[in-house]
Design a protein around this ligand. Structure first.
Ligand code: PMP
Length: 365
């Protein structure tokens, strides 16, 4: 059993039972006398894994039949380019919401392919909120948004209901809460948070929408190729897909997405309550836009920041250092993180508060 409380932002904690099954499959998969790492992706056993994983995604997110579920590679970062490569041409502009570091990366890539309209940005307040109102050209090729801003710790709870196709980067909150797939034309997510190990990228897209893609694009960047070849046009990330299947089975056992969403709400509430109570720390995101997955907070001074990081590490708490450009703390509470780990973090924060105030009193005496 692993002993650390892993608050890492991704790759991140996976359920211990999934790790155990994955480890067993590396040694001897299904008693075949072969490791999952050495079986052919064309074997019936692995084709069965791809099919099952697709069905689990459909089941857990209620994906309708007129949408395709695909497993790609290159991470969400490749999607930043693949989306405009498929859908942005000379005739139309694409609308983007600038809600943080990864949204900006998506915007940068899109500009390589055509005209980009940044219709709203929260940069003015260091991305502490999600812009509420915006206007855009109803002729836009699509509108791109980021449902959860992993670095800044904000999350979108209302999605634009627009007349243009909606595309969403859901890398850091997919499978953490219920969403209505039909609000979107295309969703993408790197696997390494709530889905499985890094290596595969999930894309869910409306067939009618991907049929609109430009004709002249490289095969490996063409959604239709992945859809029409059951995500096996080339060698897929076999192990990553396999572990995602195990993890999604685990999620089903947790009561599915609605079941885990309740747990995620409880975990986030517990930690935000401590951040708001404890005089040594304060949250960075606007209260109504606080992420349930990535909880960002700062210490009142450098001494507390450095001291608490050290103290937390002594309690087995890892992965809470804020992103390198932001500083402070970020605790990621992905699906597999048990509430008991959040309790350990909250207790560490309040113990540190006591130690710090006693030390300050001693210093004053
Ligand atoms: N978008 C979001 C919201 C992310 O959190 C990340 C990475 N954590 C990315 C995109 C980039 O993903 P990848 O590393 O899979 O390219």
């Amino acid at each position: 059993m692993l002993k650390k409380h892993n608050f890492g932002a991704g790759p991140c904690i996976l359920p211990p039972s999934v790790m155990e099954q994955a480890a067993q499959a590396v040694i001897n998969w299904r008693g075949m006398g072969l490791s999952i790492l050495e079986v052919s992706h064309r074997s019936p056993e692995f084709e069965d894994v791809v099919l099952k994983t697709q069905l689990l995604v459909r089941d857990l997110l209620s994906v309708p039949d007129h949408y395709s579920v695909m497993f790609l590679q290159g991470g969400a970062s490749t999607q930043f380019a693949m989306v405009p490569m498929n859908f942005l041409g000379a005739e139309k502009k694409a609308a983007y919401l600038d809600t943080g570091y990864f949204a900006q990366k998506a915007i940068k890539e899109a500009k390589l392919f055509g005209k980009v309209d940044v219709i709203a940005s929260s940069k003015d307040k260091d991305y502490a909120y999600i812009p509420g109102s915006f206007n855009h050209d109803k002729q836009s090729a699509y509108l791109h948004c980021t449902s959860n801003n992993t670095i800044e710790g904000t999350e979108m709870f209302d999605f634009p209901k627009e007349s243009v196709p909606l595309i969403c980067d859901m890398s850091s909150d997919i499978f953490s809460r219920e969403i209505n797939i039909t609000d979107f034309d295309l969703i993408y997510a790197g696997a390494q948070k709530n889905m499985g190990p890094a290596g595969m990228t999930l894309v869910i897209a409306k067939n009618e929408f991907i049929n609109l893609a430009k004709k002249e694009i490289p095969s490996m960047m063409d959604y239709r190729i992945f859809r029409d070849n059951m995500s096996m046009y080339n060698t897929p990330p076999v192990f990553s897909i396999y572990v995602a299947m195990l993890n999604l089975l685990w999620l089903k056992d947790q009561g599915g997405v609605s079941g885990i969403a309740q747990k995620n709400i409880a975990k986030a509430k517990l930690l935000y309550a401590e951040i708001d109570r404890n005089p040594l720390f304060y949250g960075t995101a606007d209260v109504g836009h606080r992420s349930r997955m990535n909880i960002t907070f700062l210490a009142i001074n450098k001494e507390v920041e450095v001291g608490f990081l050290k103290f937390a590490a002594e309690q087995g708490i890892v992965g809470i250092k804020g992103y390198r450009t932001v500083g402070g703390f970020r605790a990621s509470l992905y699906n597999a993180l048990p509430i008991s780990s959040v309790e350990v973090l909250v207790n560490a924060m309040s113990s540190f508060e006591k130690m710090y105030s006693e030390k300050t009193v001693l210093e004053l005496e």
